[in-house]
Design a protein around this ligand. Structure first.
Ligand code: BGC
Length: 371
């Protein structure tokens, strides 16, 4: 009798330990294959992906994001095309064939919706985003879809809160039957008046709202003040929601990555022109220290981490850009993080040259292992 009791106790203790490890207890759910029905390219990506829902663990989801890329400067521009990028269906195939695992699609919903209740999203824009998501899913590229460049919200969180929530309510409702390879990122780079403290409150409200229609969707949440690592410590996510990936951005040192970038207003970035990154021990340590902080935070809170943006502006020399990019990508991967390079094919950071229809090899080799 005593033996049976001991065995029972051991089993219970074992289950408890698995639970404490976070992901393991849902291992079965994690290994369940997601819905993989294809929307063929010929049909113009309009076919709805199949609607099977599976509950899945955030750590597994983060592995699926793997080494990804941003489809940037397109749907996040004030109007698509204004920043030199109009998405083409073939882009997603090019990404997939190159070896990318996933794509982040930044979207400026705020510029395509009413400014007063009910804050309706322009159906034409919704259709376009829907198309882009389907094109990516058709290539078996998991998608991270977000609200990007919502500058009005950063400047006036109180005044814009109703619109922010209304946007999520519409986006979440629209995509609620999509497969679990579609993930929602609640907001890109909260900043200025949307301080880390205010962001925590808004984030909680938007998460609760999205969960109503998407109880099983993986949600991505970033730290405050431009998603920097230093503000991870101020991010408070509900303990009982385990289907969350936490995202950070890293462009450090700005003197290299944003030299000559005229959209940087905090500093005079023209003074940084000519800054190189040679990979000295000190330069590397400045980066690994930060990533160690992020990894330690992830471990402590049992949350998977995604590096949602990193990249170096074209005004830096190519050798430094490639060296830095490779070091950051490797540093993230070594710490179990997924990443999305900023970005695919705009002139400023792009890996892919739209004119020559070819990759900038040194940058591509920096983010993907050699085939
Ligand atoms: C912005 C881009 C910008 C990049 C680097 C992104 O978050 O959306 O417009 O080029 O950061 O500064």
């Amino acid at each position: 009798m005593l033996k049976v009791k001991n065995v029972l106790l051991l089993v219970i203790a074992g289950l408890f330990l698995l639970n404490a490890a976070g992901c393991d207890v849902t291992e079965k759910a994690c290994t369940k294959k997601p819905c993989e029905k294809k929307a063929s390219l010929k049909e113009g990506c309009m076919k709805k992906p199949c609607e099977k829902k599976v509950s899945i663990c955030a750590f597994e989801q983060n592995k699926r994001l793997g080494r990804g890329i941003n489809m940037g400067n397109a749907l996040d521009a004030p109007r698509e095309g204004e920043w030199g990028v109009t998405i083409k269906e073939e882009y997603f195939k090019i990404m997939k064939d190159a070896g990318f695992d996933s794509v982040r699609i930044p979207c400026r919903w705020s510029a395509h919706s009413l400014n007063e209740p009910p804050y309706t999203i322009d159906p034409v824009f919704m259709k376009r985003v829907d198309w882009a998501v389907n094109c990516a899913l058709a290539q078996k590229l998991p998608v991270m879809l977000n609200i990007h460049h919502y500058n009005e919200f950063n400047l006036d969180p109180k005044g814009q809160k109703a619109k922010y929530l209304a946007l999520w309510s519409q986006i979440a409702e629209h995509f609620k039957d999509y497969p679990d390879t579609l993930m929602f990122e609640l907001l890109n780079e909260p900043r200025t008046k949307l301080t880390p403290k205010v962001w925590n409150k808004m984030m909680l409200e938007s998460l609760a709202l999205v969960r109503k229609s998407n109880p099983n969707r993986t949600i991505v949440i970033g730290s405050g003040d431009n998603n920097i690592i230093e503000h991870l410590k101020d991010l408070h996510i509900p303990e009982d929601d385990r289907n969350i990936i936490v995202t950070i951005h890293s462009y450090d040192p700005l003197e290299l990555t944003h030299q000559g970038a005229d959209w940087i207003t905090r500093y005079d970035s023209s003074k940084w022109m000519g800054t190189k990154w040679t990979g000295t021990a000190a330069e590397k340590k400045a980066i690994t220290d930060k990533f160690d902080t992020a990894a330690a935070w992830g471990k402590k809170h049992n949350r998977p981490i995604n590096l949602g943006e990193f990249g170096a502006y074209e005004k830096a020399d190519m050798e430094s850009r490639a060296r830095w990019t490779k070091f950051v990508a490797d540093t993230a991967v070594e710490r179990g993080m997924s990443f999305h390079y900023w970005e695919f094919c705009a002139r400023e950071f792009g890996l892919y040259d739209q004119q020559t229809k070819s990759f900038r090899k040194p940058l591509l080799d920096a983010v993907l292992p050699k085939k």
